[in-house]
Write a new protein. Structure first.
Length: 64
């Protein structure tokens, strides 16, 4: 296996992932974004590989 470094932006729906609940927001940031993520290609219908979050640039308003 090979590793490359990417800088990405994640587009997601806050309503789907955590809504107005602060505990759900914390779970999203700590466990979802801080856990093992997979990069999937819709074009080929396959998982490209595992993504490891190296630097989570948390927006300050996400955990308010």
């Amino acid at each position: 296996m090979k590793t490359i470094t990417l800088e990405i932006e994640l587009e997601y729906s806050p309503d789907v992932w955590y809504g107005d609940d602060i505990e759900s927001r914390k779970f999203f940031v700590d466990d979802v974004l801080g856990g093992d993520l997979l990069l999937h290609s819709q074009d080929v219908g396959e998982t490209v590989g595992k993504v490891t979050v190296k630097n989570n640039l948390r927006p300050k308003d996400l955990l308010k």
